[in-house]
Design a protein around this ligand. Structure first.
Ligand code: SAM
Length: 347
């Protein structure tokens, strides 16, 4: 098990935004080292329940050890959160009072020497969150065309020197390790000096591409909204502008009654708001938190509350669950009354 620890970011703010209450049911979609999960369990005790998800099997092992004291109240699943809805239906874990996403990587993954996430340690160019994924960063770097590489580096890294870096990588192939890649990037950008390491953006771009991070985030957020009970909370902590844009746009869109293009004389979209934004402005860490934990510096927290009852599709799934009684649903089957109360906003 890893010798590194992950310091959770914006914990107090996340617990407040989730509105954690005793006896509540919560989902942590990015379990990591279990820091936020432990805080949720502490504040939802007695009677709280937590479904924890992480794509990385190592994270599940670490969180399992950390959350031992709560073993009767947790269900930890090694899965990608893109399958959130299927997981919740399988384990009969919805509707819920709150869902948390704390995106990106944990310090355990970044500091580990074998995963290829960090440009500071030499390691095979892997970057997969889960060993069950097929495509590694080395596959992308060594098989993509120069134009494809430049596109990935520009789109997911917002790197101004994407074309120069892609050209150099293609010249230096095969590039199999992190430090080989760092060398190619440094040669491409010359002696560029800046606030951040010259490899930062290219590493971010490759990680996003390997793990389909942006597509998975958007899909999972939409599923999460459907899994919330009435007044359930969705809280997302993101660490780069690409992630934050997806969160912000989705929350803003779903908190509006009409999403017709500006200037449309009468509403034709038929859209109705299902969320209410919790904060007027995005929440960021205090200077003290950033000083104590520099990795928190880019964090942005956004939160919203569900203001409608569950979708009809979920009510159908719900009825099927009761009728069929899937085996997996044996886990802490909640009282039917509590589920119905949350699904249909009964007092
Ligand atoms: C910043 S860490 C979370 C740290 C955690 N909140 C804590 O307090 O220790 C992000 C975690 O999310 C996981 N993760 C990222 N993308 C994921 C995805 N699509 N599906 C499941 N887990 C994911 C990573 O493996 C990592 O463990």
């Amino acid at each position: 098990m890893s010798a590194f620890v992950h310091i959770p970011v914006l914990v107090k703010e996340a617990i407040e935004a989730l509105g954690v209450q005793p006896g509540g049911r919560y989902i942590d979609c990015t379990l990591g080292g279990g820091g936020h999960a432990a805080a949720i369990l502490e504040h939802s005790s007695p009677g709280g329940q937590l479904l924890g998800i992480d794509a990385d099997p190592e994270a599940i092992k670490i969180a399992e050890a950390k959350l031992q004291a709560y073993r009767d109240s947790i269900l930890l699943i090694n899965e990608n959160f893109v399958n959130l809805q299927a997981i919740c239906i399988k384990y009969d874990f919805y509707p819920v009072h709150g869902i948390l996403f704390d995106l990106g990587l944990s310090s355990i993954q970044l500091n580990g020497n074998s995963r290829g996430f960090s440009f500071q340690h030499n390691a095979p160019l892997d970057m997969r969150l889960s060993p069950s994924q097929e495509i590694t960063a080395a596959d992308i770097v060594n098989t993509s065309s120069e134009a494809e590489l430049a596109h990935i580096i520009e789109t997911y890294g917002e790197e101004a020197y994407s074309h120069q870096i892609a050209r150099r990588i293609v010249q230096e192939r095969p590039v199999e390790t992190t430090l080989q890649l760092v060398r190619a990037i440094k040669r491409a950008v010359g002696g560029r000096k800046g606030r951040i390491h010259p490899a930062t953006k290219t590493f971010q771009a490759l990680r996003i591409a390997v793990n389909h991070e942006l597509d998975h985030l958007e899909a999972a957020l939409k599923q999460a909204i459907n899994l919330l009970g009435f007044e359930g909370r969705l809280v997302v902590i993101s660490y780069n502008s690409l992630e934050d844009r997806i969160v912000k746009q989705l929350m803003q869109r779903e908190s509006k009654d009409c999403i017709c293009p500006p200037g449309t004389p009468t509403c034709i979209c038929g859209h109705t708001a299902c969320l209410r934004l919790i904060h007027k402005r995005v929440i960021t860490p205090s200077p003290t938190e950033v000083q104590l934990n520099p990795r928190s510096r880019s964090a942005k927290l956004r939160a919203a509350e569900r203001i409608t009852t569950q979708d009809e599709s979920f009510q159908v799934a719900e009825k099927l669950n009761f009728l069929v009684g899937i085996e997996a649903n044996g886990w802490r089957r909640p009282a039917m009354l509590m589920k119905l109360r949350m699904a249909f906003s009964l007092p």
